[in-house]
Design a protein around this ligand. Structure first.
Ligand code: NAP
Length: 316
């Protein structure tokens, strides 16, 4: 099958488009003929690390949408021909290929009203968004601030928070204010014009989807016992999260800091399909790249400016 895999060239590894062997599903796995995949920053972050190891060919890519091509003997949830999407269960993924395997517990039927390209955007970023909001105990009466509201994770987080009935404020650059408003945010703060930390705020949850801040930086705009959740630790937030884990809270206002570690689950994907089918969730697609142009897609993601998701067209 055609895939993009890592290949050792001289002292470093490169992404190579070429032929590699088609995976075979294990007993509890599903083989998916990939229509579209999506790129997440974790792909290029891990690639940077992988370059230091002399490894065999590895196919990355955590998110796919496609059609079930075969099922393992204990994988009873799906049949050949089902249109599905998946947060791939292998650590490095395997989605940047014509075929990928996933444990059936991380596969769900594709939302009926989403294209394969739109569905491919959802799994990892959507799961991160939802599980982060859950760490913050999201509910209808909560005030939520989402930093990085225009990115892959943030664009789903705004919509998912709104779907619970919460009041949502998004933070993004001026270029993306209209986009974040269109996702349903009640308020949008342009961080190029205003520092959200100096504005009056009374948030129950600050979700830092781009991991740029810390609990101490946001403490004044959080209610006592409020939650700060980050996707990426920095020196400050690392210790705040550690303190919350050991003492239950991180400071005198009983505020808590959390680091999300997204965990793939079919239940999340099933719930996202319902949200999509009831008009509460859509995928914002920034750009499409063909599979042979994956290196360009990595370079674009590295800029940190993607608006919504970067989609990889595997089937063309
Ligand atoms: N811990 C986990 O389990 C987990 C899971 C998924 C992702 N992550 C991490 O979460 C981060 C975000 O992922 P993603 O997929 O959302 O990335 P992404 O789509 O590449 O994020 C790009 C977005 O970030 C926004 N942004 C950049 N700097 C900003 C700032 N200072 N303030 C507000 N917005 C800013 C940009 O908007 P503007 O151009 O408007 O600034 C852009 O729309 C990545 O570091 C990723 O590795 C962690």
């Amino acid at each position: 099958m055609k895939a993009v895999f890592t290949q050792r060239k001289c002292i470093k590894s490169v992404l190579t488009y070429g032929e590699t062997s088609k995976p075979t599903p294990a007993d509890d796995e599903v083989l998916i003929e990939v229509s579209h995949a999506s790129l997440n920053p974790i792909d290029w972050k891990l690639f940077k690390i992988l370059q230091f190891y002399p490894f065999k060919q590895i196919v990355q890519g955590k998110d796919v949408a496609g059609t079930v091509a075969a099922v393992g003997k204990n994988a009873a949830k799906f049949k050949v021909g089902d249109e599905v999407y998946s947060y791939l269960s292998y650590t490095l993924g395997g989605g940047f290929a014509e075929y990928a395997v996933s444990n059936e517990n991380t596969v769900a039927l594709k939302p009926g009203n989403m294209s394969f390209a739109e569905a491919a955007g959802v799994p990892l970023a959507g799961t991160t968004a939802w599980q982060s909001l859950q760490l913050g105990e999201i509910s209808a009466d909560k005030n939520v601030l989402i930093i990085g509201a225009s990115g892959g994770v943030g664009s789903y987080a705004v919509q998912m928070a709104k779907s619970t009935g919460a009041n949502v404020t998004g933070v993004c650059s001026g270029n993306n204010v209209e986009l974040v408003e269109s996702l349903g945010a009640d308020n949008v703060i342009d961080y190029q014009k205003q520092d959200f930390r100096t504005l009056p705020g009374n948030y129950d949850i600050v979700f830092d989807a781009v991991g740029k801040h810390s609990l101490s930086a946001c403490s004044d705009i959080l209610v006592p016992e409020g939650h700060y959740i980050t996707t990426m630790p920095n020196v400050k937030s690392f210790f705040e999260v550690k303190k919350t884990k050991s003492k239950g809270v991180s400071n005198q206002q009983n505020q808590k800091a959390h680091l999300i570690s997204a965990s793939a689950s079919a239940e999340c994907l099933e719930m996202f399909a319902q949200l999509s089918e009831t008009g509460q969730l859509k995928t914002v697609i920034d750009r499409h790249f063909g599979l042979p142009a994956l290196e360009d897609a990595y370079a674009y993601s590295r800029t940190g400016r993607a608006r919504g998701k970067i989609i990889i067209d595997v089937k063309g």
